[in-house]
Design a protein around this ligand. Structure first.
Ligand code: ZN
Length: 434
């Protein structure tokens, strides 16, 4: 067993034990404890790193390993150190004990994403200890606050310390690279190449306030309710982005099934619980999530408001908002509460080839498939701020029956130790050879 394979589980356990719960309101412990572990483990092998806190205890660590060929652009490998909170009462184990049981490491962050944080650390330590150098510069970043939008992490770093990412054109990070076993001779590895965009919108209707007993043809509540119902029940058409089309074509081919564009449910059935990641990537969605208006049964309020959680497909943002506006009607307007870009990159080029080659070298049955995520990761920030082309690639060879999607933010989150060892083998190959 290599050095990285040997220590990756211990590093993951150590990081899980540092509670970095992110409540999104600044009340949590922050990432400092985990960042100090990363700093110490880097220092042990003589690697200096840039440590910065964007606010008290909101810690980020970035380091660069110089490649042998300065003409090549740099690759960013990033992982977030924060985790979503865990309610210990729901769990079989203490979510912050980092228990190893039945070949799995249990704990909050085991797959999201202290697994990758540990894999990055193990591979880097091994590379440095053995005196091997990558071809291109590698920038490793362990960042704060991904779970609350990255203000204290990726967004802070790209604004305050852009020089750390000098020359970076591509990135790899979370929610991709895991396996879906079709049969013993074929494992698909889902590499994330696209992410839906996000549009949280406030709808506002202004009408004529008045007494509840009188005639009122300009009732804000009525107008708002009609718009909310139109938007919430709108049937968005199936729309295939290049990534989703390729994904479904690959699934069809792997399982020997037809791909009927008018109804691909036969293919979605085949990917089992992973449908949680991709089920909503075949169309836009607009879910009403909040409603507010009025203060008394017999008073017609002058204003009514609602919130819509909208998610749009990459390449179709304009058409999404055009349709939303047509559904609003004349009496309701919208404001943006929060907006985030959609992402899509092509599944080609030297980095994709290198990921495929590294997977195949460690798992001859591997076949890499691009997919689109319905949520988002820090890749959006690095793309928006630094024009970095990002992929979801945390290589994990998973047991066939594992409900991997349920692990993310889930109760009893856990990761197989063997999957981590597989992951460091793949990452080591990728990072050294690319
Ligand atoms: Zn994550």
């Amino acid at each position: 067993m290599t050095h990285a394979e040997h220590e990756v589980a211990d590093l993951c356990v150590e990081l899980i034990r540092a509670d970095t719960s992110n409540y999104g309101d600044g009340s949590g412990p922050g990432e400092r404890e985990a960042a100090e572990i990363v700093m110490a483990r880097l220092a042990e092998v003589g690697v200096e790193a840039h440590y910065s806190e964007s606010a008290d205890r909101r810690a980020n660590v970035v380091t660069r390993i110089e490649g042998t060929d300065p003409s090549l652009p740099a690759l960013l490998v990033h992982g977030h150190l924060d985790v979503v909170p865990a309610n210990a009462a729901d769990w079989t184990v203490d979510p912050f004990a980092g228990e190893v049981r039945d070949g799995y490491i249990w704990g909050r962050g085991a797959v999201d994403m202290k697994d990758m944080d540990a894999m990055m650390l193990a591979v880097l330590r091994q590379m440095v200890t053995e005196g091997r150098r990558p071809r291109r510069d590698l920038v490793f970043a362990w960042v704060a606050d991904e779970e609350a939008g990255g203000e204290y992490g990726a967004k802070y770093l790209t604004k305050a310390h852009p020089e750390l990412f000098e020359g970076v054109t591509e990135a790899i990070s979370e929610v991709g690279g895991y396996s879906l076993e079709v049969d013993p001779g074929l494992r698909l590895y889902l590499i994330e190449t696209a992410q839906k965009g996000l549009a949280w919108m406030r709808l506002i209707a202004d009408g004529r306030a008045g007494h509840g007993s009188m005639l009122n043809s300009d009732n804000a509540v009525t107008e708002l309710a009609k718009a909310v119902a139109r938007i919430g029940s709108h049937e968005w058409p199936l729309t295939y982005t290049p990534t989703v089309r390729t994904f479904l074509t690959e699934i069809a081919d792997a399982f020997g099934l037809p791909f009927d564009e008018s109804d691909p449910s036969n293919l979605l059935d085949k990917i089992g619980p992973l449908v949680r990641f991709v089920g909503a990537t075949l169309q836009h969605t607009t879910n009403p999530t909040q409603l507010s208006s009025g203060y008394k049964a017999n008073v017609i309020p002058g204003r009514a408001e609602a919130v819509i959680d909208g998610r749009f497909l990459p390449g179709h943002e304009e058409e999404f908002f055009k349709t939303v506006d047509s559904l609003l009607g004349d009496k309701v307007r919208r404001e943006s509460i929060h907006h985030d870009i959609a992402l899509e990159t092509t599944f080609d080029g030297a980095l994709v080839e290198a990921m495929i080659a590294a997977l195949k070298a460690e798992d001859p049955t591997a076949r890499a498939v691009p997919y689109c995520m319905s949520g988002g990761t820090d890749n959006k920030t690095f793309f928006a701020d630094l024009d970095v082309r990002g992929f979801g690639f945390v290589p994990l060879r998973l047991p066939k029956d594992m409900d991997f999607a349920a692990m993310f933010h889930g109760v009893d989150e856990r990761v197989p130790v063997e999957a981590l060892r597989f992951g460091v083998r793949v990452l080591d190959r990728l990072l050294l050879n690319y």
